[in-house]
Ligand binder design. Structure first.
Ligand SMILES: NC(=O)c1ccc[n+]([C@@H]2O[C@H](COP(=O)([O-])OP(=O)(O)OC[C@H]3O[C@@H](n4cnc5c(N)ncnc54)[C@H](OP(=O)(O)O)[C@@H]3O)[C@@H](O)[C@H]2O)c1
Length: 329
């Protein structure tokens, strides 16, 4: 029990089962606090959490730069995962999905510069480009591994068929996709079956349903005016209220177990043997989340969780329409 190091699939990459999602430290989720975020990353390492998740588009670039500060002098103690494939200009303007070899080669050098490192442990394709054969994208990633700039490669939000094609070009170490009590579609669309069969590690992003499952978000006004979640259908109108009702259920379950709602939601992912990368910008939540690794559910408790949180239980899509269409399905 407790935080443990697990292999991500069969490629040799070892990470802490609980990672730290760093996105919100620099983007999308309201106010940021660099000092507290740096302290949280320090504490993470102390508590055995070495797996940091970022992407060039978080900020853009600000999050990679923050991580460069956090890992200074102890780079080798961390597993840094970053992502490319959603094009951003050097001035931070978004250009859309781009999986071309030319962009990927440009992006890795920029990420290495921002991270102030000469290698990335895990380099993901953030979104799959429908206009570039995945084999070409992965061919470019493979060259990055050969050159030593990248140790392992991963995909995010890829379909089973894309995963298989990619893996035939270069071993894919990890698939990162949304997975939580609010979002269980990977259990039914063949993705978990595929990664388990091929030996690819699964990394659950937004394991707290973007904070909803923590029970701390009670009203849309708990989110800053510029918080991205205001555009997420699950946080809008009637969906918000229905999802809040589900959170009451998680409160009851976690109360019975003597844990917090966040801990219950995270322990559920960890018990399945997957890596979870909950996001937080503060030490308080990090400590709470780390304790989720001490929790074990009986079969009876798991059945109760399944009964209350079946696939499709959350109201509303997990992204606004336009972003839903950029998911590879
Ligand atoms: N591949 C992709 O397309 C993709 C998409 C989304 C996210 N991600 C990655 O996944 C990571 C995690 O996902 P996420 O941040 O979207 O969602 P999440 O982990 O489900 O939830 C994060 C939210 O939960 C809050 N929180 C965390 N622990 C808490 C606790 N113990 N009690 C109360 N609230 C708590 C955080 O608050 P504070 O921020 O205030 O601490 C934040 O608002 C991201 O950081 C990012 O690295 C990847």
């Amino acid at each position: 029990m407790g935080i443990k190091n697990i292999p991500l699939g069969s490629s040799g990459l070892i990470v802490s089962n609980l990672g730290l999602g760093c996105m919100g430290m620099s983007a999308f989720y309201g106010e940021t606090d660099e000092k507290e975020s740096l302290a949280a990353i320090d504490l993470a390492l102390e508590l055995g959490v070495n797996f940091l998740d970022t992407a060039e588009i978080y900020g853009p670039f600000k999050n990679e730069i923050l991580i460069s500060k956090a890992v200074k002098g102890k780079r080798e103690k961390f597993i840094i995962a970053t992502k490319t494939g959603v094009e951003v200009d050097d001035d931070g303007s978004f250009r859309g999905v781009n999986g071309s070899p030319a962009y990927i080669k440009k992006a890795i050098d920029r990420s290495l510069k921002h991270l102030e490192t000469d290698y990335v442990d895990l380099y993901y394709i953030h979104r799959i480009d429908p206009n570039v054969p995945i084999e070409e994208t992965i061919g470019a990633m493979s060259e990055l591994v050969k050159s030593g700039k990248v140790r392992y490669i991963g995909l995010s939000e890829a379909s089973s068929s894309t995963i298989r094609k990619a893996h035939s070009v270069h071993p894919v170490s990890a698939l990162q996709t949304e997975y939580s009590l609010f979002e269980r579609s990977v259990e039914e669309n063949g993705i978990l079956d595929t990664v388990n069969e091929i030996g690819i590690g699964f990394v659950a992003y937004s394991p707290l349903g973007r904070g909803f499952l923590s029970g701390e978000i009670r009203s849309i006004d708990d989110l800053a005016p510029d918080d991205w979640r205001r555009s997420n259908p699950r946080f809008q109108g009637e969906n918000f209220q229905k999802n809040l009702d589900l959170v009451k259920e998680i409160r009851i379950l976690s109360g019975k177990k003597g844990v917090t709602p966040s801990q219950l939601a995270l322990a559920w992912v960890l018990q399945k043997g997957y890596s979870a990368i909950p996001g937080t910008k503060r030490r308080k939540y990090l400590k709470e989340n780390v304790s989720a690794a001490d929790i074990e559910f009986s079969d009876k408790e798991l059945a109760e969780i399944d009964r209350i949180f079946p696939q499709g239980v959350a109201s509303g899509e997990r992204y606004p329409l336009q972003q839903m269409s950029s998911l590879n399905r």
